[in-house]
Design a binder for this molecule. Structure first.
Ligand code: HEM
Length: 544
């Protein structure tokens, strides 16, 4: 210290570093100074080591101390979620890093389900994050008086019934194009690819069906949602990683792609009343168009929230039909009854009377919800007091997830939760007696493992017993979420699903193509906000 002070004084500085620095920093400074003094050298590595290593050690120490303090707080009774006694794995309570690691392979929905089986209906999945598997809390959390979701612009005019009627001719063109293009395919057809092109939101979808995916945009959407999912898991780190070109490349390309096409579409003006006609306020001439950055964001949202989800749902429906020939035959019979050859499938008049079609769509969305974990809600940070929703007490800043996949596969909500059984919807709606449903789709064998809340109950030995055990909680069926902030495009999505399924079944006979395996779809169905799904190879035979 004396030497340091002495040399500082020699340089004309009246300086005592112990006044300005902590004891650790002070000792390090002294040591480095003495080394420099003793081995005066112009060696660059020597300088680099002395100038960079000590600050790096100090910085590591600083970060380590900060991290330790944060972790202690999150594990301690000072943290409100700890005080409230919500259970969850210790590592989850310390940071979202553990959740990010466990969900890295895209199996977030299965991981959450296993956590609920282990810890119960409310699980602390992150420091300030809860996952809820309690059907009676869906309304209180997501409903009108539930938790806020954050900024969201009104898409409602563009997706209201009046606007949807105006989309009929766009849909009709696309559907005919889909049939034409499928009819031209030889051999094994990757169905999901054509459904993607059909659902592509820009330009009426027609370009991709004509020219293919020249920009490889669907591959990038798949990769981009995966990366965006990972970045979103670790919000702090995600911000920095977002600036690393290699880490966020596909996300940026997808954003750029949708923005370019949105700009082009807006510059060209409306030749038809499509979604952008409404988003750009063209239906309200007295109103100014929204700021262009809103429209650019809407383009991205339309691409991911609109096209990718619908495409995922339709692909899953065809997979389920191929995997369950009985259901396929029953649906084919219904399609042929309502839309025999020559009947225009785009005339939606009959679609609502097609109960089996509705049941197949619901059952597919139950097993394979396109947004398996959906989006979260958050108690505002500046809330004055914890929010109380029934039995749930939520301190300010708490994020709450209500994952559709987990609720859909809970045996208390849906009996035999992992089985594909469209008839359950007919029974629940009173369109089919339970006895007939049981004779059509015998329940799967009971589980070998110990029963938990999401494993099926033992098989009923009599009809009366089966009736009393028939669990069907439609309040827990939330593929489009629930409440005022649920999916704005639900009606459009249902219309697209019904029309495409009826069209394809009216025109083609489908059988599994080479490479198709019954269990592969479930195994490779991944939860990256919007589900990534494996290919569904089929052979199509035209029906005369
Ligand atoms: C089967 C197809 C679809 C499914 C399963 C689905 C599901 C969802 C879900 C779960 C949400 C989150 C809602 C919430 O946070 O409560 C959502 C939001 C949304 N969806 Fe859909 N969706 C589908 C199709 C569509 C379509 C076709 C459109 C429009 C073209 C659309 C537009 C939107 C919009 C604008 C949002 C709000 C995004 C936001 O600002 O938070 N969706 N959807």
């Amino acid at each position: 210290m004396a030497a340091l002070t002495h040399s500082a004084r020699r340089m004309g500085l009246n300086y005592d570093s112990s006044i300005y620095f902590s004891p650790g920093t002070h000792t390090a400074l002294q040591l480095v100074h003495q080394i420099f003094r003793k081995y005066e050298t112009f060696s660059l590595p020597f300088h680099a080591i002395l100038l960079l290593v000590p600050p790096a050690i100090c910085y590591t120490w600083y970060i380590g101390a900060l991290a330790t303090s944060v972790v202690f707080y999150r594990l301690s009774p000072f943290h409100p979620l700890h005080r409230l006694g919500y259970p969850g794995p210790v590592l989850c309570r310390t940071s979202m890093t553990w959740h990010a690691i466990r969900t890295n392979g895209g199996k977030q929905m299965e991981y959450l389900r296993s956590l609920h089986d282990m810890y119960g209906d409310i699980v602390r999945i992150g420091p300030n994050h809860l996952s809820i598997r309690e059907a009676s809390l869906v309304g209180p959390i997501l409903g009108v008086s539930g938790l806020p979701k954050g900024a969201s612009r009104a898409w409602n005019r563009g997706l209201a019934p009046a606007a949807l009627k105006g989309y009929d001719h766009i849909m009709s063109n696309r559907v005919h194009q889909l049939v034409d293009v499928l009819g031209q395919q030889d051999g094994v057809v990757v169905l999901g690819k054509w459904i993607n092109y059909f659902a592509y939101v820009f330009g009426g979808g027609s370009e991709q069906m004509k020219e293919g995916d020249t920009d490889n945009i669907w591959r990038l959407v798949e990769k981009g949602t995966e990366i965006a999912f990972h970045l979103g898991q670790l919000p702090w780190l995600g911000i920095y990683l977002g600036y690393v070109p290699g880490a966020s490349g596909p996300v940026n390309i997808v954003l750029e792609h949708s923005r370019t096409l949105t700009k082009k579409r807006i510059a060209e003006g409306s030749s038809t009343r499509d979604l952008f006609y409404y988003l750009n306020n063209e239906d309200l001439p007295e109103e100014a168009p929204p700021p262009s950055r809103h429209l650019l964001d809407d383009g991205v949202l339309a691409m991911v929230a609109g096209s990718d989800t619908t495409s995922s749902a339709i692909t899953s429906i065809f997979h389920c039909l191929l995997a369950h020939p009985g259901a396929y035959a029953a649906l084919q019979e219904e399609v042929d009854r309502f839309y025999p050859r020559g009947e225009d499938v785009c005339n939606a008049a009959h679609q609502r009377e097609m109960h089996y079609l509705t049941a197949v769509i619901n059952e597919t969305l139950r097993l394979f919800p396109p947004a398996p974990t959906s989006t979260s809600r958050q108690v505002p940070h500046d809330a004055r007091a914890p929010v109380v929703l029934g039995s749930l007490v939520l301190p300010p800043g708490t994020h709450v997830y209500v994952p559709p996949y987990v609720l859909h596969r809970d045996a208390r909500n849906f009996v035999f939760p992992d089985a594909f059984c469209p008839e359950r919807w007919l029974v629940a709606a009173g369109h089919m007696p339970l006895a007939s449903a049981l004779s059509l789709s015998p329940p799967p064998p009971p589980p070998l493992s110990a029963p938990s809340s999401s494993t099926p109950p033992p098989i009923a030995s009599s009809l009366a017993e089966a009736e009393s055990e028939f669990a069907h909680a439609e309040g827990a069926f939330i593929p489009f979420s629930h409440g005022p902030m649920n999916c704005a495009g639900k009606a459009l999505a249902l219309r697209q699903m019904r029309t495409v399924v009826c069209t394809v079944l009216q025109c083609f006979r489908l059988r599994p193509g080479e490479g198709w395996e019954k269990g592969r779809y479930e195994a490779e169905f991944r939860d990256y906000l919007v589900a990534n799904r494996p290919e569904v190879p089929v052979v199509l035979e035209a029906r005369r």
